[in-house]
Ligand binder design. Sequence first.
Ligand SMILES: [Fe+2]
Length: 155
Amino acid sequence: MGYDGCCYPYAMSIFNFEPITGRIHMPPPIHQQFQSKNFVVCSFVPRMYDYHPQAIPAPYHHSNIDSDELLYYVDGDFMSRNNIQQGQITLHPGGIPHGPHPGAIERSIGKKETNELAVMIDPFNPVMITDEAMAIEVKDYYKSWQQKNKNLVTQ
Ligand SMILES: [Fe+2]
């Protein structure tokens, strides 16, 4: 979507956001919708997956060195996660390695598209966590990458 007449749009429907797709896995900035001095907003929207015959659509494991990663799962099936429900929010502090859950990479092979809808905020300063947020924390979320706990929270 292009902008007309204003360099600083302040409102744009997520349903008008069209990320670049490609034969092989595109880098994370294709999802970036807004950028500010202290954070970026990325939108994960329905799109075609990588279409090379040997492409692996699942994202790769990574560690953000410049930001935390706050991800709100709005709707759809979140291919890279085994136990995330609509409405949940995950927080991956900067520097903590994370990526697809066990089996998610294999599950993604051959998939053509996703209907996921999620919004991610990457703040360049650490997120301050409220008492209210701590009260609803999934205490063993960090264990969800262990194969034996892949159905830990829901299913
Ligand atoms: Fe991440």
